[in-house]
Design a protein. Structure first.
Length: 632
């Protein structure tokens, strides 16, 4: 037995040390000899298949091709290798065998025969045909081509040292948008200017039958910014002038904040669709943004728009031009580390909301309403912070890979986004207070992200110490302790709202912004999260139960279904009416619940009425929040 244990341990050590995986060459900062041709046939809309042909210059001997595994913006090993099929390799008209690496299924080994200078590799990407298989990226009228999903690349080199000559054949009559510069059109085929792999992967394509492009930058701007809109039908493309003006103001406010542009042009690739999967993914010279069809047509100036565009635009500076040092990798098959996502995503979440307010995309009341929801989450809605801290949630993209969870409020889920937003609100309010209003987080943003105006091919990295050093230059303070106390769970993270002159309160009516969100929810979800302690769909399905809430403590769990309330059949009004009545009637609320094939009755002795979060001014304090959200 002892001998077997030693053998297993030696094997484990060999795997950990990379000895067993020596067949996959590590990336080196050396150029790949020659330019790789990549053609994508994107015309099969019915079967939703991308068909690829790569022409790769080679030398005799072992060649390893990799499919991207660790994806930028996903922060996780989520490359859809399961959807790659039909791989065939040939040279000089003869088929060449390939073999998948048994310990790294993203690697394919090819022994190139003597005398072969180039190989052809053909394969397909079988895109999801419904949402259960992943995000839908092809519909009868739209497609989203992400190069990381359709490329194989040679191991042994940095992604920045492998050049690609890419082209795509689109459906007849379609328009394609991308940050890539076009070399030429040949019928329905677009040939793009050759680019290294890292820029290619960072330059996705949205293409569609019905499109419209709006200029967002100032007339005559040397660095244009465009909103490229694609939709299920032409009627969804038209924006009201006042709404479009807010989008232009978003660009203006972002440039006022950062004081630099790290792109030669920028494209918001914006899909309005009920068929193409929604999206929000950052790139340096573009962003993939997807929402429902009524973004323009159902615009309400009082409620405003989401902060999606403000968030993804901010990533051009935070996450793309500058990114955490442990998130930078030489190619897409070297593991990433996510320790600074509370800066990468957390501060971006903060600026996304602030820029939406400054631009008018969200009016002041709606911006505060949106923030109230986040403050409530980190005051009363995240009991899981008792056992897990914000820093640990930076591991969540790798742990959970965005799979759904039954009790998110207890398990936590990528809380570095909104939890990070709360930390940065606290930082901003603290800088403003300590400096007597002379400095703010705006100064940090300009100093940290607004350097090297006009440079976009360079990618700079940062560490925790870099963040702290810049904060100290803006406003001397013990920022290392300040941040670590909040990241490590030693200090509550929602305290910044009081420093900003506001406090969290609850009322029995949701605000206009919350009501608008509820209308947009296709499942008709009702919010009893801060009262009974759960969300419930229009059909009665309990979508998430808050840990240690009245419902949880009564024994109700996520996934059950409410059949009746106080002996009356459940409908959209029955439960709300019962909660309102219980405020004066001291009898408990009775819920008949279906749990698989069993029916159970629960009693909830709850009498505090409906509770929806709002922000209220703290009398006698300085209103820093309004200053933060005011246009520059």
């Amino acid at each position: 037995m002892h001998t077997n244990i030693v053998v297993v341990s030696a094997l484990s050590l060999a795997i950990a040390a990379g000895i067993v995986r020596a067949e996959v060459p590590p990336p080196l900062d050396t150029p790949y000899p020659g330019t790789i041709g990549l053609h994508v046939d994107a015309t099969d809309l019915g079967q939703r298949i991308f068909r690829m042909t790569e022409t790769i210059p080679v030398q005799a001997g072992r060649l390893t091709l990799l499919f991207p595994r660790w994806l930028p913006g996903n922060h996780a090993p989520s490359g859809p290798i399961d959807k790659i099929a039909g791989i065939e390799v040939s040279a000089n008209g003869q088929r060449i065998d390939w073999k998948r690496d048994p310990l790294d299924v993203y690697a394919f080994h090819i022994d190139v025969p003597t005398g072969v200078a180039s190989i052809k590799v053909t394969y397909q990407y079988l895109t999801p045909t419904d949402g259960s298989q992943g995000r839908v990226v092809m519909t009868p009228n739209l497609l989203n081509l992400q190069w990381n999903a359709v490329v194989l690349y040679p191991a042994g080199h940095y992604a920045s040292r492998i050049d690609y000559d890419a082209s795509v054949t689109y459906p007849a009559g379609w328009t394609a948008y991308s940050a890539l510069d076009v070399k030429q059109h040949e019928g329905d085929t677009v040939h793009y200017q050759p680019q290294p792999l890292d820029i290619l992967v960072d330059s996705p394509v949205y293409a569609g039958r019905y499109t419209k492009s709006y200029e967002l930058s100032a007339p005559g701007a040397k660095v244009p910014v465009r909103l490229d809109v694609l939709a299920d039908a032409p009627k969804y493309l038209d924006a009201k002038p006042a709404h479009l003006a807010e989008h232009r103001e978003l660009v203006k406010q972002a440039l006022a904040l950062y004081g630099a542009q790290h792109y030669d042009h920028y494209d918001f690739l914006f899909s309005l669709s009920n068929q193409l999967g929604g999206n929000g993914l950052e790139h340096q010279r573009s962003s993939e943004d997807g929402t429902g069809v009524d973004y323009f047509s159902d615009w309400d100036a009082k409620v405003g728009s989401s902060d999606l565009l403000g968030h993804e635009y901010t990533h051009s500076w935070n996450g793309k031009f500058r990114r955490p040092a442990d998130l930078w990798t030489p190619n897409y098959n070297v593991p990433m580390q996510d320790s600074l996502l509370w800066v990468y995503e957390g501060q971006t979440q903060y600026w996304g909301n602030v820029l939406s307010a400054r631009s008018g995309l969200r009016p002041p009341e709606a911006s505060r309403d949106a923030l109230a929801s986040v403050v409530a989450t980190y005051t009363d809605g995240r009991p899981g912070l008792a056992w897990r801290n914000i820093q640990d949630t930076t591991n969540d993209p790798i742990i959970a890979q965005r799979r759904p969870k039954p009790y998110t409020n207890w398990q936590l889920r990528e809380d570095y986004y909104s939890g990070g937003q709360m930390i940065w609100l606290d930082v901003d309010a603290t800088i403003r207070t300590l400096s007597g209003g002379k400095r703010s987080l705006d100064d940090f943003a300009r100093a940290f992200f607004g350097v090297d105006d006009g440079v976009w091919r360079k990618q700079d990295t940062y560490t925790f110490d870099d963040v702290v050093a810049t904060l100290n230059r803006v406003q001397p303070y013990d920022w290392a302790k300040f941040l670590r106390d909040r990241l490590d769970g030693k200090v509550p993270i929602a305290g910044g709202i009081q420093k900003a002159g506001w406090k969290l309160v609850y009322s029995d009516e949701p605000g206009a912004w919350a009501k608008a969100r509820s209308r947009e929810d296709k499942s008709g979800t009702q919010d009893f999260f801060y009262s009974l302690g759960f969300y419930v769909s229009a059909g009665g399905s309990i979508e998430e139960v808050r840990w240690d809430s009245p419902a949880f403590n009564a024994g109700i769990g996520t996934g059950m279904s409410i059949v009746a309330v106080n002996d009356l059949a459940f409908d959209k009004d029955a439960l709300a009416d019962a909660v309102k009545a219980a405020k004066t009637d001291k009898a408990p609320i009775r819920l008949l619940v279906k749990d698989f094939n069993q029916f159970r009755t629960f009693t909830l002795d709850y009498h505090d009425g409906l509770r929806y979060p709002h922000l209220e001014r703290i009398a006698g304090t300085v209103d820093l929040l309004s200053k933060i959200m005011a246009a520059k």
